[in-house]
Design a protein around this ligand. Structure first.
Ligand code: PEP
Length: 237
């Protein structure tokens, strides 16, 4: 189970003082990929963290109030961007077409992409999980010819598991992750790392880390608490 990737999605959390304290507590654990709010990015980069962001604009530059471009992020030293998180898809109407544009902008500016896919509870109950994920992957990545094993990571995040404390069984996670690997190999001739995300915490990480097909974890809530996040990082080192 050694050397799985750990990505922290801090979402819209923590004040400046809390971020200072967080960075102090995380010294020695900069080998995770941390995705804070944009405003805190320079603090993490200056403290030696591999730093990502939670979203990126689908535009190069110009009059797009509130947006942040891949070019701007790369110029700061940002290495990764999450794209297509279910919260963006649901709350901000990030469609698959828009997600594809964001992926193109990220890759053009040498940001590595962590693309989130996953099914709702209803889709799972109706045996539609694989279909949903295939639809997302076949639209989001269609005709993007510069994706490769290094610049693309897929995160399998069942929407019903995000922030709920509910986690699929290891066998169910393995089945979907293996399916994603087969599909990306068959359709795009690539073998990207595939992460699991959804209520991963310090109590279940040892169990989840047993799943051989899982290349790492995208962690939301538990990454905000250094004691918990450090236990997760240590469990997969
Ligand atoms: C997420 O939102 O990407 C996530 C995995 O959240 P949590 O770990 O809190 O379920």
């Amino acid at each position: 189970m050694a050397n799985k990737l750990v990505v922290g999605n801090m979402k819209m959390n923590l004040s400046y003082d809390e971020i200072e304290e967080y960075i102090d507590r995380m010294q020695g654990y900069q080998d995770c990929i941390i995705c804070p709010s944009y405003i805190y990015v320079p603090y993490f980069i200056d403290s030696g963290f591999t730093t990502g962001v939670q979203d990126v604009a689908s535009y190069d530059n110009g009059s797009y109030t509130g947006e942040v471009s891949a070019k701007q992020l790369a110029s700061l030293g940002v290495k990764y961007t999450i794209i297509g998180h279910s919260e963006r898809r649901e709350l901000f109407n990030d469609t698959d077409a828009l997600i594809k544009e964001k992926i193109i902008k990220a890759l053009t500016n040498n940001l590595k992409v962590i693309l989130c896919v996953g099914e709702t509870l209803t889709e799972r109950e109706n045996d539609q999980a694989k279909k949903k994920i295939a639809d997302q992957l076949l639209t989001d990545l269609k005709d993007i010819d510069n994706i490769n094993d290094d610049n693309l990571i897929i995160a399998y995040e069942p929407i019903w598991a995000i922030g709920t404390g509910k986690v699929p069984s290891n066998d169910d996670i393995d089945e979907i992750i293996s399916y994603i690997k087969e599909l990306t190999n068959k359709e795009y001739h690539i073998n990207p790392k595939v992460l699991y995300g959804g209520s991963t915490n310090d109590a279940n990480i040892k169990e989840l880390a047993q799943i051989k097909s899982v290349d790492g974890f995208l962690v939301g809530g538990a990454c905000l608490v250094p004691d918990k996040f450090i236990k997760i990082i240590e469990a997969v080192r």
